[in-house]
Design a protein around this ligand. Structure first.
Ligand SMILES: NC(=O)C1=CN([C@@H]2O[C@H](COP(=O)(O)OP(=O)(O)OC[C@H]3O[C@@H](n4cnc5c(N)ncnc54)[C@H](O)[C@@H]3O)[C@@H](O)[C@H]2O)C=CC1
Ligand SMILES: O=C(O)[C@H]1O[C@H](OP(=O)(O)OP(=O)(O)OC[C@H]2O[C@@H](n3ccc(=O)[nH]c3=O)[C@H](O)[C@@H]2O)[C@H](O)[C@@H](O)[C@@H]1O
Length: 478
């Protein structure tokens, strides 16, 4: 039976964009996205959406109040829907058993309990959040333990693979859609119903159906493999800096091997984002729980190398600036965890700022899309700062990059925003203290041109050969 109404629990980075695309591709289906946060829902219903994502505004505007609705009335949306996506957050646990590694499943459980409490008819419940293997079994147990007469549930796994900054194109043209379900008649029927939704725009052969546990594990494995590639190239970048090899050349060379491929080999100041670290740590915890310590240690290294990369870069900044940054003005270019998003969760810029603040440097920050309050929230969070007063004393946020750079000792590029490639660096150089330093944590700038201007340039995975800069020397007045 075709699905007429969908409910999505969780109006975040996944729930909002993925349901907007479903609504735009399935005009015959009513889609309601619900959240407990009134503020988030208010923003989804306004002209200023709660998250910045290219093309998202257009997609939302094309179907909002046609067949796409945002609401805080969770119960009504659950009651009316035949299919419910669970898109709630699954952050790393901050306390208790598995602290710092296991995924906190309290939001998943509360969504499942809400469905069990209010549902009056049968539902297909689709777990889209990233979860540990066997989470679908827990959801099923909660639903079945509270089931009402005549109501039946089928729980499917349908992990999401979108990346922020390219969410809409990833959703419109995904490499694949993964669906995990039970190999029973009811399980197959539920899988078919979800396939019917996706087949509105995705070719059948790109929809992969498998057992639920494989589907859950495939999501964690995919993120772990992607993160592992970045840590691998970052580990190579350390060797490049020590030897004179160039990491971009090495990545280019190994990427041409079709067995390796060229994507996700960009060395950087370290990966950020809400998911890579969380999901790899979740995998580490799973290995430990399954008594597989060697497998756990292997995946733990992916996160450890990422920490090492951020620390190495911070240390290079301090060393280059004559071993002291105390009271120096350091301008951070970019605070988002990657370009084309306003998301700052686990951004490398946060960690770099923390290292520099520990040295009592004066930090100036410019990011084209991140709000000031959000940056300050990140920097004063208990995980980052044990001294919020120091943050208010030492951090200034700018909305003009040239003002931010004026009078600085150094620029530290943390996010690969396109606009940073085309800044007027001559003007910036003229307004900076000398010697003027640039630390390119994303390998996106024209280093030769910057050195020609007079900058001292440092980057990841490459030692730059400096030409002597001849500047006119002021005549001696004695
Ligand atoms: N951010 C990303 O790019 C991707 C995230 N994922 C996964 O998707 C899941 C969601 O991630 P995000 O969208 O980034 O999280 P988010 O934090 O942006 O959004 C989650 C939303 O769920 C709401 N929520 C929590 N419990 C609720 C409940 N019981 N009822 C109603 N609303 C509730 C929260 O208020 C929040 O607005 C996570 O498991 C994440 O690992 C998967 C692929 C990509
Ligand atoms: O589960 C998730 O949340 C998502 O996690 C990642 O997506 P996302 O974190 O949004 O963005 P990525 O493009 O993967 O970048 C993650 C981090 O790695 C960094 N990165 C990426 C690629 C690279 O070559 N080098 C590198 O340092 C980025 O700058 C960024 O800080 C995955 O790419 C998505 O497939 C997945 O759905």
């Amino acid at each position: 039976m075709p699905i007429k109404r969908i409910c999505c629990i969780g109006a975040g980075y996944v729930g909002g964009p993925s349901c907007a695309v479903i609504a735009s591709k399935c005009p015959d289906v009513q889609v309601t996205v619900v959240d407990l946060s009134e503020e988030r829902i208010r923003q989804w219903n306004s002209d200023h959406l709660p998250l910045y994502e290219p093309q998202l505004d257009d997609v939302v505007k094309s179907c909002r109040e046609r067949n796409l609705w945002f609401s805080t009335d969770v119960d009504k949306a659950i009651i009316e829907a035949e299919l419910i996506f669970i898109c709630v957050n699954t952050p790393t646990k901050l306390f208790g058993i598995g602290k710092g590694r296991a995924a906190d499943l309290k939001y998943i459980e509360s969504a499942a309990r809400r469905i069990a409490t209010v549902a009056k008819s049968s539902k297909i419940v689709v777990e889209k959040s990233t979860v540990p293997v066997k989470a679908a079994e827990s959801i099923t147990n909660i639903l079945q333990a509270n089931v009402k007469p005549g109501v039946k549930y089928q729980v499917l796994s349908n992990p999401e693979f979108l990346a922020e900054g390219t969410a809409i194109s990833d959703l419109v043209s995904p490499d694949r859609v993964l669906i995990g379900g039970e190999k029973t008649d009811q399980g197959r029927e539920a899988v078919e119903a979800l396939c019917w939704i996706y087949e509105h725009w995705i070719p059948k052969e790109q929809i992969i159906v498998m057992n639920t546990w494989s589907s859950e594990l495939s999501k964690l494995a995919a993120n772990a493999f992607l993160a592992q590639r970045i840590s691998s190239i970052n580990a190579i970048s350390a060797i490049c800096e020590a030897t004179g090899a160039d990491v971009s050349e090495v990545a280019g060379a190994i990427g041409t091997d079709s067995r390796i491929g060229s994507k996700f080999l960009k060395a950087s100041v370290g990966f950020g984002g809400s998911c890579f670290q969380k999901d790899v740590l979740n995998l580490v915890y799973l290995c430990e729980c399954l008594n597989l310590p060697e497998a756990a240690a292997y995946w733990q290294q992916v996160v450890d190398i990422n920490d090492y990369q951020r620390k190495r870069f911070a240390l290079r900044i301090v060393e280059s600036l004559f071993n002291t940054v105390t009271d120096k003005n350091i301008t951070i270019l970019g605070f988002a965890f990657k370009k084309d998003t306003g998301d700052t969760r686990e951004s490398a810029a946060i960690y770099l700022s923390k290292y520099l603040l520990d040295e009592e440097a004066k930090i100036r920050i410019y990011d084209p899309k991140v709000e000031k309050e959000q940056m300050l929230r990140e920097l004063t969070s208990p995980m980052i700062s044990d001294n919020p007063d120091r943050v208010s004393k030492l951090v200034t946020i700018y909305d003009d990059v040239y003002e931010a750079a004026k009078g600085s000792h150094a620029l530290v590029l943390c996010t690969e925003w396109d606009e940073f490639k085309t800044l007027d660096y001559k003007r910036i150089y003229a307004d900076m203290l000398k010697p003027a330093f640039i630390f390119d944590g994303r390998i996106i700038l024209d280093h030769e041109a910057l050195m020609e201007i007079g900058f001292h340039v440092e980057t990841i995975g490459k030692r730059l050969t400096r030409k002597p800069v001849h500047r006119p020397i002021a005549p001696c007045t004695q």
